[in-house]
Design a protein around this ligand. Structure first.
Ligand SMILES: NC(=O)c1ccc[n+]([C@@H]2O[C@H](COP(=O)([O-])OP(=O)(O)OC[C@H]3O[C@@H](n4cnc5c(N)ncnc54)[C@H](O)[C@@H]3O)[C@@H](O)[C@H]2O)c1
Length: 318
């Protein structure tokens, strides 16, 4: 008998695939729901057969902008393209995914009295005027820009979560996820980590936006999954930042990849994209205090694992 039946929306994506495997390995019955926009069954690699044959793993092809009826105990709601190239490909669809998708998942959670966790984002802070960003900061977001379908979409999703909690007493959890990286990131997702690593592996010059002094804080995916599991198990309804609070500049990241590969890399400057935040670092006080969360994988180690993953992907069949 599995411990719980857990629905993971966006389960075939980058973070979702790692989360599904962790839940399965902990003895849960997992329903991986995805519309395969950016997700792929290949993200389960050589575990795929084992999952299918176990009887405790189901793949459901479904789009969360439509309602669905399932019997489940808990929902990790991750469905939404996360990288700008993917979420700006069809912005209207992105905002529908965030708003209608979250609304339908909340309706499902209410019907079956399930606990639901939303994968929100540090983008709800916009281009922050407070640094690092605590959960109490309301953000500095452009409501009409090209990123708004994603960041305003997630803000509405958070509002829906809190309104279902206050109005229907639903058990909700909100994770504000900061930049996460690791195996199963898409090669073509346009995010700085995959861009830099793939350019380096293809012997291309690294495209550095602006002067390269802008910062991000990169969290290795297993640490993020650990945070999501802790948050789901906690009794915290307030949003919680999850990520890694070591802040590095884009030029530092280039140096890190140089060290991993053991060779110097060429860089080429590019203009900054609109609404690109200058600095980003989570204040992890709440996660540490309430969840006992502490990221474990240093950037150097995470880079080694991620570079090795991209080496395999780029050398494999297309
Ligand atoms: N990766 C990060 O650094 C990061 C940072 C902040 C927040 N997040 C959030 O975490 C979640 C997962 O992100 P990820 O990096 O794994 O992205 P991803 O694009 O790899 O995964 C998203 C998954 O959702 C699926 N999906 C998209 N729209 C859907 C729809 N309408 N119906 C059903 N499935 C749909 C995709 O096919 C994909 O499998 C997202 O909600 C994202 O906003 C990620």
């Amino acid at each position: 008998m599995a411990k719980h039946t857990i629905l993971v929306t966006g389960g075939a994506g980058f973070i979702g695939s790692h989360l599904c495997l962790r839940l399965f390995d902990e003895g849960c019955h997992v329903i991986c729901l995805d519309n395969y926009f950016t997700g792929r069954r290949e993200n389960f690699g050589d575990r795929y057969q084992e999952l299918i044959l176990s009887g405790h793993f189901e793949f459901v092809r479904h789009d969360v902008i439509d309602p669905i009826v399932l019997e489940i105990d808990r929902i990790f709601h991750l469905a939404c393209p996360a990288s700008p190239v993917h979420y700006q490909y069809n912005p209207v669809k992105t905002i529908k995914t965030n708003v209608l998708g979250t609304y339908h998942m909340l309706g499902l959670a209410k019907r079956v009295k399930a606990r639901i966790l939303l994968a929100s984002t540090s983008e709800v802070y916009g281009d922050p005027q407070v640094h690092p960003q605590p959960e109490t900061y309301w953000g500095h977001v452009n409501p009409i820009g090209v990123r708004s379908c994603y960041d305003e979409g997630k803000r509405v999703a958070e509002t829906l979560m809190m309104d279902y909690h206050r109005q229907h007493n639903l058990a909700v959890r909100i994770a504000r996820i900061f930049n996460t990286y690791g195996p199963n990131m898409a090669v073509n997702d346009g995010r700085v980590m995959s861009n830099f690593i793939c350019q380096a592996l293809r012997d291309e010059a690294i495209t550095v936006y602006g002067n390269g002094e802008q910062t991000r804080s990169f969290c290795y995916v297993s640490d993020l999954v650990d945070g999501l599991m802790r948050l789901m198990d906690s009794d915290t309804t307030e949003p919680v930042n999850l990520g890694n609070d070591r802040e590095v500049s884009m030029l530092d990241l280039v140096k890190g990849i140089e060290t991993t590969l053991g060779r110097p890399l060429k860089t080429v400057p590019r203009p900054l994209p609109p609404d690109d935040p200058a600095r980003r670092r989570p204040d992890l006080t709440r996660a540490r205090t309430l969840l006992g969360y502490e990221p474990q994988v240093p950037l150097e180690e995470g880079l080694r694992r991620t570079v090795s993953y991209f080496q395999q992907v780029l050398s494999g069949p297309r």
